[in-house]
Ligand binder design. Structure first.
Ligand SMILES: [Fe+2]
Ligand SMILES: [Fe+2]
Length: 261
């Protein structure tokens, strides 16, 4: 069966590994309280707040891609999964004795304007790769089995989100390499330079969170994620999207000079 939309195939990629909290995870009543790590729970609060920022993000994504029904169809899966991550992290923390009040932030929505579609996709690829690696590292270190199982499932979702955004970014880059590749390289280079942030590539990168949550997420990354392995994953995926050999962060600057980005 051939798909009319790219979404058709992506849908089944998600569906084949669809997991249910009630079927595929141990119930929260089985949380082993002797293995709860206070620092890990503090991290979960930050993650639950961050997942909630998918709500203002979806409003901009469906606006930016309002002419792209295929991508918008896929966003319906992305959004449902992100909101579910928020719910499950919050409910695990509540079951472990944490007050859930502080885990539902006020919604923050920047004035975004109309950023280039390819920049928006590239920034989302970055975000998904980074959260995938963060959840994966936390799952591997987590001694509480119910939470470890949940974090592992979420890491898998985030990895598929990265692949989904990358799929549509590759499609744009293939259709318009002259327009898309310089933007991809620019986003990549900005990500590699910790002082530059992503603001001038796409202000949505951090601004859906309050500053305090964004800073706490950066701290979680520093604590849990191996920066070199993460860099290799991001370079490889951006190289695949752009159709260019990108294996180290310095390749972004080198290639930008070649394409005069
Ligand atoms: Fe998520
Ligand atoms: Fe995600």
């Amino acid at each position: 069966m051939t798909g009319v939309l790219d979404f058709d195939e992506l849908f089944y990629k998600h569906e084949r590994v669809r997991w249910s909290p009630t079927r595929d995870l141990p119930p929260f009543s089985e949380i082993d309280r002797s293995k709860i790590d206070g620092d890990m729970v503090d991290g979960l609060v930050v993650l639950a707040r961050t997942e909630f920022s998918s709500i203002p993000a979806i409003l901009d994504l469906v606006r930016i891609f309002r002419h792209d029904a295929d991508l918008t169809a896929w966003l319906s899966i992305w959004f449902a999964e992100e909101v579910r991550h928020h719910l499950l992290l919050r409910q695990w923390a509540e079951a472990a004795g944490r007050d859930p009040e502080g885990m539902v932030p006020e919604l923050t929505r920047p004035e975004l304007g109309d950023p280039p579609a390819i920049a928006t996709l590239a920034v989302n690829v970055l975000g998904e790769v980074r959260t995938c690696r963060l959840y994966g590292a936390m799952a591997a270190a987590c001694e509480e089995p119910v939470l470890a199982a949940l974090l592992k499932k979420i890491a898998g979702d985030e990895g598929r989100h990265a692949q989904g955004f990358a799929h549509y970014a590759r499609k744009l880059a293939t259709a318009d390499p002259d327009g898309a590749v310089p933007v991809l390289l620019r986003v990549g280079q900005l990500w590699c330079d910790p002082d530059s942030g992503l603001a001038d590539a796409n202000p949505a990168a951090e601004n859906y969170q309050e500053a305090e949550t964004a800073a706490a997420m950066a701290e979680l990354h520093r604590r849990w994620v191996d920066p070199e392995r993460e860099a290799r994953a991001i370079c490889s995926l951006f190289g695949d999207i752009a159709g260019l050999p990108i294996s180290t962060p310095s390749d972004f600057a080198t290639l930008r000079k070649q394409v005069r980005a």
